[in-house]
Each structure stands twice: as structure tokens, then as C-alpha cells.
Write a protein that binds this ligand. Sequence first.
Ligand code: ADP
Ligand code: ZN
Length: 517
Amino acid sequence: MPGAATLLRDIFGYDAFRPGQEEIVDAVADGQNVLAIMPTGGGKSLCFQLPALMRDGVTVVISPLIALMRDQVRALREAGVEAGALTSGNTDEETAEVWQALEDGRLKLLYIAPERLAAGSAMGMLRRIGVSLIAVDEAHCVSQWGHDFRPDYLRIGALREALNVPIAAFTATADAETREEIVQKLFDGQPPQTFLHGFDRPNIHLAFGAKDNPRRQILEFAKARKGQSGIVYCGTRAKTETLARALGEAGHNACAYHGGMEAGDRRHVEGRFNTEDGLIVVATVAFGMGVDKPDIRWVAHADLPKSIEAYYQEIGRSGRDGAPAETLTLFGPDDIRLRRSQIDEGLAPPERRMADHGRLNALLGLAEALECRRATLLRYFGETEFTCGNCDLCDTPAETFDGTEAVRKALSAILRTEERFGAGHLIDILMGNATDKICARGHDALPTFGVGRDIDKRGWQGVFRQMMGHDLIRPDVERHGALCMTEAARPILRDEQGITLRRDTLVAKSNRPAVRA
Ligand code: ADP
Ligand code: ZN
């Protein structure tokens, strides 16, 4: 059976675990009794679906929400996983089909409504089919004092005893009384391994910086942290090598790591990193799984990660010991273009591509945030209780301006040139630069020519990048990255909606703004 990371990618199409998922998946796959408390939307279902694929036999999933069960079954089937549901919403045909799959030993996940457990026949059936795990969604429904009490949930304890298999219970309700009741009723009073997330990593300082001269920016960041263990993530293998060399020349103890290296060399780097103090590893995302070092003091991204989940996982490797850790994520228009085209040129089906664009948008929203990064990040993961004071925007509030007019001018330049040009040419039009290319195409005669002289080139680059970040414009892969307007931009163009933009602050040290654009 392939490992969790492979299944995560190949079956579920995700590039990284969300906070907390990996530990829970490991424990459940390992056959432990588990109680996991995660916020709604945090990604609970994966925590039993993935182990179900890693374990022999059938995983029985008990959930009170019929619509949700049917949804999950459909999604699993689309991903090629044998799953079925026994609920009151079934047609006779569907039920017969599920039974058949069970008889054939094909089914990996059987979703079942709690009231089904009342029928003696269900118990007999479950005993026969080789159940290896019971997953209980909305486990707080077992609590008689809660609003969602489901008497049938009280039968789950007996089911566990009859089948003698582990239980993985999930809920978003974290109060101590409910938890205690779950332990009593589902686990017969034997405390399971409990996960309470808690996505916030308050000791990690969060910072983003507009890419200016990435090599210099990373060198400055590393210089201020000389002698500390750190990771620099890069988008390409070649870059890991050049950047590692540059860091070495600047007197750091640094080495490269990427998937193209010999397995032995990679293990050597991992070993050095885990045991040596103050080593910097400049790596692609291939670096991480084998890393278990509690005192990584910093993580920098020389290129924008793939998604908000990947970002969280990568920065989350720092500061596992709880002591202060710092991060810096650089991003620029080329990153956005690259990430978009990777999604568009990938082989994933259209819905998945749309979801991937959505997850990239979430990361870009974080990169262009106007207020506290932690608030933006944790809100995405469904968590609302936290304090920050430990991000670049809490350190130094963003300087913002009403960008509506600038955006409208830029959109107009895009539309008047029929969405056929990239940012460089469009900025020349806006700034009234009569270059050869501009004159050859007659763009110096456009009404938009020179309307943006009030903003300098740097400023316009920031505007275009933020427009990409807000998904108002997208590069067209088929036309060499020519910028096109999206539907999201229409209300701004029509003057129905305004937009606030930030003035770019080039962050040299994560807590001290250095250069102003
Ligand atoms: P809940 O915790 O509320 O049951 P779900 O399991 O339905 O949440 O997951 C919420 C959303 O998060 C879903 O849209 C799912 O596709 C997405 N999701 C879950 N795990 C990941 C991951 N590792 N990477 C990206 N998206 C994920
Ligand atoms: Zn903050």
C-alpha cells in the first residue's frame, strides 16, 4: 500500500496536509483509538478516509448527516475509491449494490446512518464483513446534554465491543464536558489518543515580502540569523543549487536538497540537518517528510508556495520546540503566473483545477493581506480564537491607498489592447513611455496612453501584482501570459465597487521594513 503522502496526492489531489491532519492520519492508520477535535471545515473527513485506504478491510463511517454522507460517497467514487452508504435516502437498487460490493469484499468505506444500528440485521452484517475501523463523525451527538443528541449514537459503544476494532471519533465541539462524555460512551472510559487543534502556532512570526531581488532578500534574511538552522524553499532544483552556493559564499553553512539528487546524498543532507547546528538547507518541497528537527529557527520561501496548505505545512516545520521562529515568504507576478499555469497545464479534471485556483487565491489573499496575517490564515482554516501581535502586519500596519482608479485605468489599458499584452507593455502605455513597441502598434494614440503618470513603475508593478493576487486579472497560458480580465473585475470596471490596495513594502528583515516603494 502506498504511503499517506502518496495517497493524499494521487487520490485526494492535495499537495499538503492541513494543520493537524498528518498526526491524526498516522494514529488512525496505526489502529489507535483516537478522538480528534477540529474546527468545522478543518478537513476532518480526510483523517478517516485516508487511513481507510491504508488499512485492510472495511471502515464503517457513522454520521448523522445523510446529505453529507452521500456527498462524500460520490466524491470518493469519483476519485476511484469503493465507497457506499446505507441510509434512509437510498433507493432499493442502491442498497442492493452496496450489499453486493460488501459481499464481494470490494468496499473500503461503508457510510451508515446511526438509526441503522438499531436493526439486529445490521449488527450481524457488520460482524461478517471484516470491519477494521469505526469512524464516528459529529461524535458530540453522543452527548445527552448537547443540542445534537442522537440516542442511536449510544449504540456505537456496543458495536465497538462486538467488533473489537478501534474507533476514530471526530467533533468540532471542544468543551471538556462533552469530551469527557464522548470518552465514557464511545471508548468505555478508556482515554483515547486525543488531538485538539489548535492550528495556531503563536511562536512563528509570519511575514511576506514583494519579490524585488530575491537573492539579496534571502541573503539579508539569513545574515540577520547567522548560525541558526533554517530552510529556504525554492521553486526549482536549479535555484536551490545557485542559492545554496550564494549563501555559502556569504559565509553560511548551507547545502542544496532536491528530488533530482541521489537518494544517498539526500539522506546525507537530512542527517546533517538533523544533527548539525546552524545548517541552512536550500530545498525544493521534496525536503520535509524526513525532517524531524525541533529547533529550526526560520523558514524562508524564495518562491511562492503552491497553496495555503503547502505554505502552512512548510512554515510549520520551524519552531516545533515552541521557541520563537521566523518566516519570510517572497512572491511576485512571476510566481503567480507560474502557479496558475501549473494548474492550467496539469492533467487534473476541471473541478479540481478550479479548486486548485481557489487554494492559490487563498494564499495570494494572505500574501496581499491588509491586516494581520494570522487572522487571515486561521480564518481560512476555520479558527477564530487567537491573538497575534507576531506578524509583519501587526508589527507595521500596511500602508494602503484607494486603488480603485489605478485598477480601473489598468483594466482599461488591458481591454483597449484586447487582452493581448503583459504587464511590462501595459505599464509603458499607462506611464506614457513611447517605446518602439508602443509606437509600432500605435498604442501611443490610445486614450489610456499616459493616464497613469502619477504612479511610478514600481508602483504599477505592485498594482498589477495585487490585481493578480485578487484574481481580477489572469495570465493567459495560451497567449504567453497576456493578461486577461476576470469576472471578479467587472464590478470595479463598472464603478460598482472599490478596492483598497497596499503600498509595497519591501521587507528585508521580517520585523523591520527596509525599503519603501
Ligand atoms: P470538516 O472538517 O468540516 O468535515 P471537510 O473534511 O469537509 O471538513 O474538509 C473541508 C474542506 O477542506 C473540503 O473542501 C476539503 O476538500 C478541503 N481539504 C481537506 N483536506 C485538505 C488538504 N489537505 N488540502 C487541501 N484541501 C483540503
Ligand atoms: Zn498579526
